[in-house]
Ligand binder design. Structure first.
Ligand code: ATP
Ligand code: MG
Length: 334
């Protein structure tokens, strides 16, 4: 391997990390001591660093990236208010990541099972699934016999889009079964780049499960009083979960959905209220109200696939772009 090739590899990795300082921290976590910021800069630019040292930097950074990716990226969606667009946003974000070539698992834990009905009606109608005995039904993840966790077999919608569904049978979940779900998911999570969890519109145990297992949370709100209150209530639940159960949970952002065009005065007031209260947590572009969204969901498609023109006009392209850049930032900053 030539020095030039090694330098190029190092440059790419440092860029991925968001700079020499972050790269130095990652190298320190492997070797116990960090090169200076300027030593890395010199190594990237070819000023007298040996190939051996270059290779050590590269190895440390690669292992660190691998470690981060192995953590799995589990994204939950929530708002305890019903009908605000949680399932819609999750489907659009997940299918977009799949279109970028990522391997996606959708995990539905909302007993209404709208995610399964929309993405995979054939699974929802499967007689074994209806009885709860299908290996892609999550009831088996919540309650397993014996000492070893149940290994789910997700249903393949396509090569890189898999799903684990649910139904009313999984409605009564105890705190203990959340741990079972997490243990069961651990057995398969490394097969996926991203796991998207849809949760029910209530502040019960299932929402706790979604928050306890996730690395990142998308909050969906409509610009109206009750749904904004849903965000406020959810924020206190999130802080509690971060303190008690899942300190790694990060809020990816708050998406304001179903804004009318032109927006009414009340809607505009609530959009402003959310922005004032939650600042940069709020996605910069809203999602607008269009009947095409419901049509696309009925066909199990994202709006981008179903009608790119409407996706552009109604904010779905800006949303997915911002979603990806927020996710990448999350990975870079750990
Ligand atoms: N931007 C939008 N424009 C028009 N309709 C939308 C939009 N977003 C969601 N909808 C529609 O609103 C309804 C509720 O959306 P969705 O099921 O995603 O909400 P939810 O928060 O998941 O509901 P629940 O709390 O019951 O799980 C659906 O019929 C969906 O198609
Ligand atoms: Mg839903």
């Amino acid at each position: 391997m030539t020095s030039e090739y090694l330098r190029k590899q190092l440059n790419d990795l440092v860029e991925k990390y968001g700079g020499t300082r972050k790269a130095a921290d990652a190298i320190k976590s492997k070797f116990g001591s960090a090169p200076t910021h300027s030593a890395i800069y010199k190594a990237m630019n070819g000023a007298g660093t040996s190939d051996f040292v270059l290779s050590c930097y590269i190895k440390a950074l690669e292992e660190h990236v691998e470690g981060i990716q192995k953590m799995g990226r589990i994204i939950s969606v929530a708002n305890q208010k019903g009908g605000v667009g949680k399932t819609t946003v999750l489907i659009n974000a997940g299918l977009y990541m799949a279109s970028l070539g990522k391997k996606i698992l959708f995990l539905d834990i909302d007993p209404q099972n709208n995610l399964v009905i929309s993405l995979s009606p054939e699974l929802a109608n499967d007689p074994e699934f209806k009885k709860g005995s299908h290996p892609a039904h999550n009831i088996n993840m919540f309650e397993w016999d014996g000492d070893s966790p149940f290994t789910p077999i997700p249903y393949e919608i396509s090569e890189n889009i898999h799903i684990i569904g649910t139904s009313k049978l999984s409605g009564n979940v105890t705190q203990n079964s959340i741990y079972n779900l997490a243990d069961s998911l651990d057995l398969i999570k490394e097969q996926y780049d991203y796991i998207f969890i849809d949760s029910p519109p209530s502040a019960g145990t299932l929402q706790h499960a979604a928050l306890s297992i996730a690395d990142a949370l998308i909050i969906v709100s409509q610009p109206q009083k009750l749904s904004v209150k849903g965000v406020d209530d959810l924020m206190s639940t999130v802080r509690q979960v971060q303190r008690r159960m899942n300190p790694d949970l990060r809020i990816l952002g708050i998406v304001i959905n179903q804004v009318k065009r032109p927006s009414s005065k009340t809607q505009a007031i609530h959009v402003e209220l959310l922005k004032e209260k939650y600042g940069e947590l709020v996605f910069s572009e809203n999602l607008y109200d269009t009947v095409r969204v419901t049509e696309s969901m009925a066909e199990g498609k994202s709006l981008i696939e179903y009608s790119p023109k409407h996706a552009k006009d109604f904010g779905f392209f800006s949303f997915t772009d911002e979603f990806v850049s927020r996710l990448e930032k999350e990975v870079k900053h750990g």
